[in-house]
Design a protein. Structure first.
Length: 603
């Protein structure tokens, strides 16, 4: 029996992971009842749908099924790809699921830009509920939202550990507030509790028809953040997130039920959460509003940290080029900060705020990409369970994924109302990944690496016939079986051979964690190899491993490419490689010992 997670870890999970889902009560019902009439039947039907959506899409799909698949504490679409690919026998199937994984992470990045914008703007719009502030200009609210967003992205440098310590207690107070305000309203109209009966959901579709189907595109706002929840699992572990979700689910559901009960008592309410709290405890409304703004900042944090995890996985699995990564915790390997990604997201969020200006407009653009990602996650789960012959789990996954796809289809109506924006944003990382991966493959073919046998024959002749430089030189190669061109050019063309030469290969495995290395000495006179293998979520100190292997280098060589091409795609590929940090920067090699050897390549 696994030990229960500590209260501190549950508090961290509450602060880091559930911000997005935890702030959806601010705007979900408000924008939903702009689309449909708030009649008693519609109120009961939508609350029933919200309850079952949270139960099926978040509880069953993510906190049970998806997390059950991950045995080592990591999460995300690329993790599911890593689990599935070894189980697939046909190369075409592997290619299809690799493409689906790339599409999934691209869609999540696209949705991640809208999350901070809608969360923060919907909260600051609550200022209008304060007496005397009803006529405040929207421009001032947008300016305040931009200021809060900039502060949030600046705060990312503290890392996940620092953020969760700060945000955890705030989110716990927020969820308690949601629960208490919702509970008070429920007590006044206790009949709302019967809305969880799925019969009300069925009647909602019978009464509303196609209009009810498209209303699902707004109802799904209650579950946005579920994919970030899964991606964030590597930061905090499975059990703390599962226990925290039980508390969050009760609080969020109480708020939805309370808002619905308030709507039963008061028709034509613009924002049920704002006005419910104002009516119940007017004297505490301003502190509640400040707490709400803080909670929306945390909602954005949940998605941003999830994006950092996904980008890191994409880098280590060679889907994206190397980006400079800061490791923000000495205790947890997956707590990271990526400066480039952070500020690109910040700029994108500001542009979205300026483009849409109102939270209800943002809601009309929200949900398309995230339901697409959920559908892809469901497809992976079905395939993994079937490959493992876990047919009961596969059947449950089919039912869940059917709901995902239904919601995804309902959000197609949002494409012309702003949903296109998340697709445009998602197309950028999707295109970059395809260009980068195909470019790397093309570049490798153009470099004509030398086989190990050919290299050893030439090396042995050159070593005995030439002079040696004193000391030890390190050469980096992706694989010992295929020696890069720059090594043969350095040794044979330029006649630079040291007394001791070490070929270091770095192999990132399909497993998330694990580090092993082996040294093969004297595979030829004066030549040794160091093979390093580590998981795609593992953070390593390369120079520490080299020292531990007993190597004291005098100089380090690594290969660089100068690409010559007239093809626009390969020109973009070359620009990507030039803009990204080098191998030296990524692995923090000592710059005073490093020499880059440039190879000119035509593509």
């Amino acid at each position: 029996m696994e030990p229960l997670p500590s209260a501190a870890s549950i508090k961290k999970a509450t602060g880091l992971v559930f911000g997005d889902i935890g702030t959806s009560p601010i705007y979900t019902l408000a924008v939903l009842f702009l689309f449909i009439e708030p009649t008693r039947a519609n109120i009961m039907g939508t609350i029933s749908l919200i309850f079952w959506t949270l139960t099926v899409m978040v509880t069953v799909q993510y906190t049970i099924l998806a997390m059950k698949l991950s045995q080592t504490g990591e999460g995300g679409t690329l993790v599911l790809k890593g689990i599935l690919l070894p189980l697939i026998k046909h190369p075409r199937g592997a290619s299809i699921f690799t493409l689906l994984a790339i599409l999934g992470i691209s869609l999540m990045i696209g949705e991640c830009v809208i999350t901070p914008a809608i969360s923060i703007l919907s909260a600051v719009e609550g200022i209008r509920q304060i007496p005397g502030m009803e006529s405040i200009a929207q421009e001032w609210l947008i300016l305040l939202a931009i200021f809060i967003a900039c502060w949030l992205f600046f705060f990312q440098r503290r890392g996940t550990e620092g953020v969760s310590k700060t945000f955890g207690p705030i989110m716990i107070i927020w969820f308690i507030s949601l629960f208490l305000t919702g509970l008070f309203s429920i007590i006044l109209s206790p009949e709302i509790i019967t809305a969880i009966n799925p019969v009300y959901a069925a009647k909602f579709f019978l009464h509303n028809g196609v209009h009810g189907f498209f209303a699902m595109s707004l109802i799904v706002l209650c579950a946005t953040g579920a994919e970030a929840l899964f991606a964030d699992m590597g930061h905090l572990g499975r059990e703390p997130i599962q226990y925290a979700w039980a508390l969050v689910f009760i609080s969020v559901l109480a708020s939805y039920l309370g808002q619905a009960a308030f709507l039963l008592r008061h028709a034509n309410v613009a924002n049920p959460l704002f006005q419910m709290v104002f009516t119940e405890v007017e004297i505490l409304y301003i502190p509640f509003l400040i707490l709400m703004i803080a909670a929306t900042v945390i909602a954005s944090q949940a998605v941003i940290s999830g994006i950092f995890s996904i980008i890191y996985q994409a880098i280590t699995t060679h889907l994206l080029p190397m980006l400079h990564i800061d490791y923000t915790s000495d205790e947890l390997r997956t707590q990271i900060y990526i400066n480039t990604v952070n500020w690109l997201l910040c700029i994108a969020v500001i542009l979205v705020l300026l483009m849409f200006q109102y939270s209800d407009r943002l809601a009309n653009a929200y949900g398309l990409a995230v339901t697409g990602t959920m559908s892809i996650t469901g497809t992976f789960m079905i395939s993994i369970f079937l490959a493992r012959r876990q047919y009961l789990h596969a059947m449950v996954a089919v039912l869940v994924t059917t709901l995902d796809v239904t919601y995804f289809m309902s959000t197609f109506s949002k494409v012309t109302h702003g949903g296109y924006l998340s697709l445009i944003i998602a197309s950028i990382p999707f295109s970059l990944i395809l260009i980068y991966t195909h470019g790397q493959r093309k570049l490798y073919q153009a470099m004509h690496p030398m086989t190990q046998d050919q290299f050893l024959r030439r090396y042995t002749r050159a070593y005995f016939s030439g002079r040696h430089l004193k000391g030890t030189a390190i050469f980096f190669a992706r694989s010992i079986e295929n020696v890069p061109t720059y090594i043969s050019r350095t040794m044979f063309n330029n006649e630079i051979i040291y007394h001791n030469n070490v070929l270091v290969s770095i192999d990132i495995t399909e497993k998330p964690y694990g580090l092993e290395y082996s040294v093969s000495k004297e595979i030829a006179p004066g030549l040794a190899t160091l093979s390093i293998r580590y998981g795609y979520m593992q953070v390593i100190d390369l120079m520490f491993i080299i020292r531990k292997a007993g190597i004291e280098e005098k100089t380090i060589f690594y290969g660089m490419e100068e690409i010559v091409t007239r093809n626009i795609i390969w020109q973009i590929f070359y620009i990507i490689k030039r803009l990204c940090p080098s191998f030296v920067q990524y692995y923090r090699l000592p710059p005073h010992k490093v020499h880059g050897v440039v190879t000119r390549v035509e593509m």
